[in-house]
Ligand binder design. Structure first.
Ligand code: HEM
Length: 350
């Protein structure tokens, strides 16, 4: 912790500078109920607390950034950005976490969110939602591995329930989807073709298990794959049941850059859903443009994240602010009523 005491003021200065120059960076509209200044008076240090903690965590292990970014995507695509993915299962059924697409979310990502929430709660009280913390952690997970910085509207509230296994499966696209399937899945969320290609660029960091891509190796190799790349993947996953994993972006797996698109142009995209974006004529030119222009990719990625990050959000008096991200307040002793009082206080002070 001693080193973060020295570094924290530096981050603070840098953050203010960046926050200052990046205001008004996107034309994506803010959903009613959310605002860029939501916690300005009630928790002014919120963003610095989150960045300070994540700076330490990611400095120690930058690969955790991928887990946090994917967590936000899986939260927002199922029932909206309401932290429903964080809820433990209950008597009413298994949680979203138990549904197959979420089984490969990193356990460490959930722990990092819990730690962040405890830190924020100890400074500001129970007024910041888990959904906002997930969104902020995802933003830092783009920025800290060298990606772009962007401000995000805040004020999301946490859901009272999680989605069923069926709804989770229906909303999270599997890696075997082709571009037609992906365009449909994204259109269902009001996300367009550019959003699809830009947001898929999240695969510039992180890893995938053999089970997510061996459909491209066995029983027959996907003809759109570069041969050397395919040979190496067969060494990583000698059978379609091998338990192993590899990087999504072969060129720079821990840096948030546009190399994911260069991979696709080189026929070295890992998942069917990745490589098909270069095969399909509707998305090919966008892939090529992003491969040649990182700034444009960053700009479109920010737009996509702002849209995705505001999907079906709960605001105002909807939902609640959980005191423990994995359990709804009603299910934890009597803390719920304490939170209500604090929330009312916060509303009155605005
Ligand atoms: C376009 C549809 C998408 C599909 C089909 C998809 C599918 C997948 C799959 C199968 C994995 C690997 C899981 C595993 O084998 O462990 C993965 C990992 C990942 N996805 Fe996606 N994804 C999509 C969109 C996104 C979006 C929009 C983002 C964020 C903006 C994102 C961020 C990530 C990250 C960062 C990882 C690595 C996670 C880690 O290393 O723990 N994905 N995705």
């Amino acid at each position: 912790m001693a080193s973060s005491n020295i570094i924290f003021p530096m981050i603070l200065a840098l953050s203010s500078l960046i926050a200052g120059i990046s205001k008004g960076q996107s034309t994506v509209p803010v959903v009613p109920g959310l605002s860029y200044s939501f916690y300005e008076s009630s928790c002014p240090d919120l963003e610095f607390i989150i960045r300070g903690h994540l700076w330490g965590v990611l400095n120690n292990d930058i690969t955790q950034a991928a887990g946090l970014l994917r967590l936000h995507f899986h939260d927002c695509f199922v029932q909206g950005c309401d932290a429903s993915v964080l809820l433990d299962g209950s008597a009413s059924g298994p949680s979203e976490q138990d549904a197959p697409p979420n089984l490969t979310l990193r356990a460490q990502a959930f722990k990092i969110i819990d730690d962040l929430q405890a830190l924020v709660q100890s400074t500001c009280g129970p007024i910041v939602s888990c959904a906002d913390i997930v969104a902020l952690a995802a933003r830092e997970s783009v920025f800290l591995p060298n990606g772009p910085f962007y401000n995000i509207p805040l004020g999301r509230r946490d859901s009272l329930d999680f989605a069923s296994r069926q709804d989770t499966l229906a909303n999270l696209p599997p890696p075997t989807f082709n571009t037609t399937d992906l365009l449909n899945a994204f259109a269902n969320k009001n996300l367009n073709v550019t959003d699809l290609v830009a947001l898929s660029g999240g695969h510039t960091i992180g890893r995938a298990n053999c089970a997510s891509f061996t459909n491209r190796l066995y029983p027959k190799q996907d003809p759109t794959m570069d041969q050397t790349f395919a040979n190496n993947l067969m060494l990583t996953c000698p059978t379609n049941t091998t338990d192993n994993s590899t990087n999504l972006d072969i060129l720079s797996p821990n840096i948030f850059d546009n190399k994911y698109y260069v991979d696709l142009v080189n026929h070295q995209g890992l998942l069917t859903s990745d490589q098909d974006l270069f095969t399909d004529s509707r998305t090919r030119d966008i892939v090529t443009t992003f491969a040649n222009d990182q700034n444009l990719f960053f700009q479109k990625f920010i737009d996509g994240m702002l849209k995705m990050g505001q999907l079906s959000v709960l605001t105002g008096t909807q939902g609640e602010i959980r005191t423990n991200c994995s359990v709804r307040n009603g299910d934890t002793l009597n803390l719920g009523s304490m939170v209500q009082v604090n929330q009312q206080k916060q509303m009155l002070s605005r």
